[in-house]
Design a protein around this ligand. Structure first.
Ligand SMILES: CC(C)(COP(=O)(O)OP(=O)(O)OC[C@H]1O[C@@H](n2cnc3c(N)ncnc32)[C@H](O)[C@@H]1OP(=O)(O)O)[C@@H](O)C(=O)NCCC(=O)NCCS
Length: 251
């Protein structure tokens, strides 16, 4: 138990830079729109999820969020410390379904669509999960996941995802080519998850300084109606039929 609490505290410190840039982003939007900071944090940062509170719903915040928001609004200075401390004492995010290494999925559209999620669970050997040397590991995780989907969700016809990661050849090469080729720019991008924010992190959960700087530079002249455009890389959507996945990974 003590070990788990300590590990969470260490992770909170590792993520300090990630929280710092998210708070600044929400502060800029709050100042430009005269909205409360806790409101812009709910809509334009992934803090609600990182605190283990699930998907953020504007207008109906959870009790846990209300406590965080009150602490945030109470202080000018010390907001970052409050955020790091709040994360340290919060429960880890619940994973929705089964995990396959770095991958998981959720079913959408009456079970016909499989949405892919990626989070880093492999920093072995001092390299990130998308390193060339780890392609086989990632593909075998995906092979296992698609075998599972085939066995348990025979109605699934389509695979989809939405992430900055679709900009990277290092990510697209893990999938059958038709899927990477389907990548498109969505009309709107939510900022309450990781689909844009994730690009700021390296595999050790430290902020990449050049990407942070690029975001801060763009923030100054940000289009409030489309704040996701301030990110150096746009989150892309991908959507393609499932059959080539089964062929690609071997049935
Ligand atoms: C994904 C993640 C592990 C990448 O971190 P990293 O330290 O760059 O890790 P890796 O070394 O494994 O990946 C690097 C690969 O991607 C490429 N890459 C990463 N960031 C890049 C960038 N900003 N521009 C161009 N290429 C980039 C690298 O060139 C490398 O590819 P290569 O091996 O072909 O050279 C990290 O950003 C992360 O954990 N993010 C949070 C999770 C997330 O974003 N999930 C998406 C949810 S929708």
């Amino acid at each position: 138990m003590g070990g788990i609490i300590e590990a969470r505290r260490e992770q909170a410190e590792r993520l300090r830079g990630y929280f710092e840039v998210q708070l600044r982003f929400a502060e800029v939007i709050a100042a430009r729109t005269s909205r409360a900071l806790s409101e812009t944090c709910l809509e334009f940062t992934n803090l609600h999820r990182r605190f283990g509170l699930g998907r953020a719903e504007v207008g109906a915040p959870s009790a846990g969020w209300a406590r965080y928001a009150a602490g945030l609004e109470d202080r000018e200075a010390g907001r970052l410390d409050w955020t790091v401390g709040f994360f340290a004492q919060s429960a880890p995010e619940a994973s929705g379904g089964p995990r396959f290494g770095c991958f998981s999925y959720e079913l959408e559209e009456a079970g016909e669509v499989v949405r892919i999620h990626f989070s880093n669970r492999d920093s072995d050997d001092g390299v990130g999960p998308l390193a060339r040397a780890k392609i086989d590991r990632r593909r075998s995780e995906l092979a296992e996941m698609f075998r599972h989907v085939r066995a348990h969700h025979p109605a699934a016809r389509t695979v989809k995802g939405g992430s900055w990661l679709y900009n990277l050849e290092a990510y697209r090469r893990l999938f059958p080519p038709h899927y990477g080729a389907s990548a498109f720019e969505p009309e709107r991008v939510r900022l309450d998850g990781t689909s844009s924010w994730g690009q700021l992190l390296d595999f050790r959960e430290a902020v990449k300084p050049n990407l942070r700087q690029a975001l801060l530079d763009n923030m100054a002249g940000m289009d409030i109606a489309a704040p996701w455009r301030a990110f150096p890389m746009r989150a892309l959507g991908a959507r393609a039929s499932i059959e080539p996945f089964h062929q690609f990974y071997g049935r």
